[in-house]
Design a protein around this ligand. Structure first.
Ligand SMILES: C[S@@+](CC[C@H](N)C(=O)[O-])C[C@H]1O[C@@H](n2cnc3c(N)ncnc32)[C@H](O)[C@@H]1O
Length: 237
């Protein structure tokens, strides 16, 4: 945890504003209590799991150990998809986890019909909490990638797991606490993404788009017509 995260965490646990903590204007007992809670957790345990919330695109989403903590990098994926949305479009957030991508798109563009899908039923329970929290309509479906869908969607957006199996230990320690299924994309990391691209052809309507977050090291697996923007890929089918 960096200094900013510590201050934020203490503020959330004590109800004392971050500015009051920074100038030392607080009751020492409440601060001690918060520090006590903090030390109950092993080093590296994500504070988002302690607080049961994580900010994505300016909104507080519910998270717990059943889902990966949304990354701020992924907010860019929302920005990339937004200009492609039209009223009446069917949009699937595949590998939805906590549902942050699909829910944010629906909140920004209410005219779409949103589907949230994930192989993990536990993750989808978290997505459901967020759907209720933000009061949106969304279809929640448990599925292994796109096997359950045929020619249904105008847009599929996905942040699939893409870390190679043996790289997990080399990343941030926080990753040890997140569900392995949300992180590891196979031996080389790109296996799930590759399958997803193959299956997208059948799940998208003709002319539909697939937007994926990926690792630039995996860009060689994408078809020739792919467009790359930083770590994001756009494919038209
Ligand atoms: C990197 S997390 C992304 C979560 C969320 N979309 C986000 O950006 O914060 C990947 C998600 O893919 C799900 N997943 C892994 N394998 C899958 C599969 N074969 N089919 C569908 N979902 C899968 C995991 O359960 C996890 O929730």
């Amino acid at each position: 945890m960096d200094f900013g995260e510590w201050i934020y965490f203490l503020s959330e646990c004590t109800g004392i504003s971050t500015s009051r903590i920074l100038i030392g204007d607080f009751n020492i007992k409440s601060l001690q209590k918060a520090i006590g809670i903090l030390f109950k957790y092993p080093k590296g345990y994500p504070y988002q799991y302690i607080l049961r919330k994580s900010v994505f695109y300016g909104r507080e989403f519910y998270v717990d150990e059943r889902v990966m903590i949304p990354r701020s990098d992924t907010e860019r994926l929302v920005d990339i998809v937004l200009p492609y949305l039209r009223d009446g479009f069917y949009v699937l957030d595949l590998c939805a986890g906590s549902g942050v991508i699909g829910i944010t798109l629906k909140l920004l563009f209410p005219g779409i019909t949103v589907f949230l899908s994930d192989i993990s039923r536990e993750a989808l329970k978290v997505a459901e909490i967020n759907v209720k929290k933000f009061g949106i309509d969304a279809n929640i479906i448990a599925c292994d990638l796109l096997k359950c869908f045929k020619r249904r969607f105008d847009i599929i957006v996905s942040n699939p797991p893409y870390i190679p199996e043996d790289m997990l230990g080399r990343y941030d320690r926080r990753l040890f606490y997140e569900p392995r299924i949300s992180l590891v994309g196979g031996r080389y990391g790109y296996e799930i993404t590759k399958k997803l691209i193959e299956e997208a052809r059948l799940a998208l309507k003709e002319g539909g788009y697939l937007f994926i977050e990926s690792d630039p090291m995996h860009f060689h697996i994408f078809p020739k017509n792919a467009k790359f923007i930083d770590r994001f890929v756009i494919l038209r089918f």
